[in-house]
Design a protein around this ligand. Structure first.
Ligand SMILES: Cc1cc2nc3c(=O)[nH]c(=O)nc-3n(C[C@H](O)[C@H](O)[C@H](O)COP(=O)(O)O)c2cc1C
Length: 208
């Protein structure tokens, strides 16, 4: 079983990376394969061209910034973890660029993400953790994913790279998240019950 984590921070070796290291150690100890992808700051926003949906390509027409690799890895994975720093009270712009394209290409047509296990975390200096965490969860919530939580909201405090390691409670919460993700993956695997059939929902814009 495999979990792919998207680190939406433009900063390499930062606090999201440190939290994902903690999470990865827990998962790998339980035999879950874990990969972190972090395309950095040079990801493009969605063009709203709808090429991915109109042609059911499961890819973005923009092929030069690594996001298509991320989309493919997410489609393959059993679980997806979204990690973002808090930027002005919400997710980082680079993470928004990734998620808009991932969710449109892989989730909004023939949904490839449904019933995968999903979890989120964010890192922050001081404020905006709840909003950011909820924003990340909300993205997966709309993709019919199975959301896994910890015993507190997954918002870990630290400003300079690595400072999150000093947030003892936050790190404990992430370790528990890792154990819960592992448990959910194993439960689903052991049950061997196919998920309910899913189909494209009727889409309206409220006036027709
Ligand atoms: C552009 C920008 C905006 C930020 N906005 C906030 C904020 O609204 N609230 C906060 O607590 N921290 C804020 N921070 C601090 C980061 O969330 C914090 O340093 C985080 O741990 C960085 O994670 P990273 O090292 O994985 O990039 C901001 C940092 C930057 C660069």
């Amino acid at each position: 079983m495999k979990v792919v984590a998207i680190n939406g921070s433009p900063r390499k070796g930062g606090n999201c990376a440190a939290c994902l290291e903690v999470l990865g150690r827990v998962l790998e100890k339980e035999g879950i394969e874990f990969e972190v992808v972090q395309p950095g700051a040079r990801v493009h926003p969605c063009l709203a061209c709808y090429h991915c949906l109109d042609n059911n390509t499961l890819r973005c027409i923009q092929d030069d910034d690594g996001v298509n690799d991320i989309i493919a890895k997410c489609i393959e994975a059993d679980g997806i973890v979204l990690a973002s720093p808090v930027y002005h009270g919400g997710i980082a712009g680079s993470m928004k660029c990734i998620l808009d394209r991932l969710m449109l290409a892989a989730g909004c047509g023939e949904n490839q993400l449904h019933h995968k296990v999903g979890a989120a975390l964010c890192t922050l200096r001081r404020s905006g953790g709840m909003e950011t965490y909820q924003q990340l969860l909300g993205t997966m919530d709309a993709m019919e994913m199975v959301l896994v939580t910890s015993d507190y909201w997954n918002a870990v405090h630290g400003a300079d790279p690595g400072e999150v390691k000093g947030d003892a409670e936050g790190i404990e919460v992430i370790e528990k998240l890792g154990r819960n993700i592992t448990w959910m993956l194993k439960v689903i695997d052991k049950a061997g019950i196919a998920p309910p059939e899913t189909h494209h929902r009727t889409m309206t814009n409220f006036i027709r």
